[in-house]
Design a binder for this molecule. Structure first.
Ligand code: FE
Ligand code: ZN
Ligand code: FE
Length: 206
């Protein structure tokens, strides 16, 4: 008869997350390097430092459970990182690259939010309240990192990427008579500033 318990599954998931965080420390370094936007770069750098703290927090959790600190290869995050790094190899313009880095980063954060959501719930149900509190702190950091990336996307990065695409559309559609509505933002979080479009790429990046 099978004898693995929820506690065993919990410890397995902790090992998975421990490995996942270590993979992400390396990935976040590369993403910061690839970012062509100061605030985005510093968001990746800040979250990399937080991630180092998350590794330490997991070490504390292992200690609380009297378990050896150990990682177990996380295939899920490896796949997400792999997709992100193939995007970095693409020949995208700077603004599009920034938008793509946010997209990859958010996939990773959501994966982590799912993992830590489960870990917190399992820690609680198993009566490991101190571990649950530590894991909750990490979950909160992952959520905040995700929100930071959303707010960067919505405060100009997506718009910059879309307007470099619009510039291309204009070149291509000069005699195609594209309806003007085509250029209105579809998910417009912000109204487009019409006069800003031609010079946008020369704008100092904050
Ligand atoms: Fe993390
Ligand atoms: Zn995993
Ligand atoms: Fe994270």
């Amino acid at each position: 008869m099978a004898s693995g318990t929820l506690h065993d599954a919990f410890v397995d998931e902790l090992k998975d997350s421990y490995d996942s965080e270590k993979q992400l420390i390396k990935a976040l370094k590369k993403m910061a390097k690839a970012a062509k936007h100061d605030e985005l770069r510093s968001a990746f750098d800040t979250h990399r430092k937080e991630t180092e703290g998350q590794v330490e927090r997991l070490e504390q959790v292992f200690a609380l459970l009297d378990e050896k600190v150990k990682g177990k290869h996380c295939d899920g995050i490896a796949g997400i990182i792999e997709e992100g790094s193939s995007v970095m190899d693409e020949d995208f313009d700077d603004a599009t690259m920034n938008a793509c880095l946010i997209a990859s980063g958010q996939r990773a954060e959501h994966y982590e939010m799912a993992a830590y959501g489960t870990l917190v719930a399992w820690a609680r149900i198993l009566g490991h309240d101190e571990a649950a509190d530590l894991l909750q702190q990490t979950l909160d950091e992952e959520k905040a990192a995700d929100e930071k990336l959303s707010s960067l996307a919505e405060s100009g990065i997506n718009e910059d990427a879309a307007s470099s695409a619009t510039d291309d559309d204009e070149d291509l559609s000069e005699d195609a008579a594209a309806p003007p509505s085509k250029k209105s933002p579809k998910h417009g979080a912000r109204p487009r500033v019409a006069s800003a479009a031609p010079g946008r790429s020369a704008r100092p990046r904050s």
